[in-house]
Design a protein around this ligand. Structure first.
Ligand SMILES: O=C(O)c1[nH]c(=O)[nH]c(=O)c1I
Length: 309
């Protein structure tokens, strides 16, 4: 079976990539992703200036996934624009994730990305749940609409957004109605971590991460059904846009389910953090085996064809 696919008319060897924030904060990590069999790569969400992020421990792997409150540690937007300027786009696409701390910061970063005239894809992160005192725009529809109006106008080129998970059909409807207003908003990445979960260690009777009294974003097995729901909800509501699935992927079967739900590309976070970039070989092998068993030769044979009862 063939895993080759296209994204915004660009050819990719396969639909797999990292989730923003995982294995992508430093150039050496990004180089490892470019060397790996991932079909594409995305940079750590960046702010205007470099940030240390939250105090450690701020990430914890768990039997069923992970919890994190990294606090947006990154090298500042220029570092990632420089990386994007040196990337070989013939080899695989590169996405630049942007999560400015204000609308003005986002506009400054987006303007710099546009001035650089690079083939990189902008993934505007509206869903970081871990910066104290900063509510995430994805849960404030007025703010989200304002951010998108200004960024869409300033950037003028195709871009995408990284959304938080929603849990209510009215929220799916309201978010989709906003996204559909922007013609150059070309792709939607669902989902970011499920924000502000609390993991308790019974033996020590304590939280397991330091920031925010132990509250942090959940990833891994915990979030797969929510991720699939958000992928399918926006696939149904935004027919003109491309969906990137993210959340709960650790096997080829999970990749298959995201594609069935309507995703075009599939991002891997927690499992990549734990297994390393060789995971992309395993996921492709498992996906090919599943496709062969089902008699599919290409991704378009089943992508978006989830049946209902
Ligand atoms: O804490 C983080 O750095 C972080 N952590 C997440 O789980 N999602 C995000 O978008 C971000 I910007």
């Amino acid at each position: 079976p063939e895993l080759a696919t296209t994204f915004l008319e660009q050819p990719l060897d396969n639909p797999l990539m990292n989730a923003a924030g995982v294995w992508c904060t430093l150039a050496a990590q990004l180089d490892a992703l470019v060397e790996s069999s991932a079909g594409a790569a995305v940079t750590k969400s960046c702010t205007l200036s470099r940030r240390d992020g939250n105090p450690e421990p701020r990430y914890r792997a768990l039997p069923l996934g992970s919890i994190n409150s990294m606090g947006l540690p990154n090298e500042g937007h220029v570092y990632y624009l420089d990386y994007a300027a040196c990337h070989d786009y013939e080899r695989k696409p590169l996405f630049v994730s942007v999560s400015g701390l204000s609308l003005d910061d986002n506009l400054t970063i987006v303007a710099a990305l546009r001035e650089a005239v690079l083939p990189a894809f902008l993934e505007l992160n509206l869903s970081c749940p871990n910066v104290e005192g900063k509510p995430q725009p994805g849960y404030d529809f007025e703010a989200m609409d304002q951010f998108l109006a200004e960024v869409a106008t300033a950037y003028r080129r195709p871009f995408g957004v990284k959304l938080p998970p929603y849990f209510d059909f009215v929220h799916f409807d309201n978010a989709a109605e906003i996204l559909n207003r922007y013609d150059n908003l070309a792709f939607i990445t669902c989902i970011n971590s499920i924000g502000n979960g609390l993991v308790i260690d019974t033996e020590s009777e304590s939280t397991v991460i330091r920031p925010k009294d132990g509250f942090g974003g959940l990833g891994g097995d915990y979030v797969l059904p929510t991720a699939l729901a958000n992928v399918n909800a926006f696939h149904r509501r935004c027919p003109g846009k491309t969906i990137i699935g993210c959340g709960g992927v650790s096997t080829g079967e999970h990749v298959f389910q995201h594609l069935l739900a309507g995703a075009t590309l599939v991002q891997v976070g927690t499992a990549l953090h734990e297994e390393g970039p060789s995971i992309f070989d395993r996921l492709q092998k498992e996906l090919r085996e599943l496709m062969a068993k089902k008699g599919y030769t290409r991704i378009e044979d089943f992508r978006g064809r989830l049946k209902t009862l």
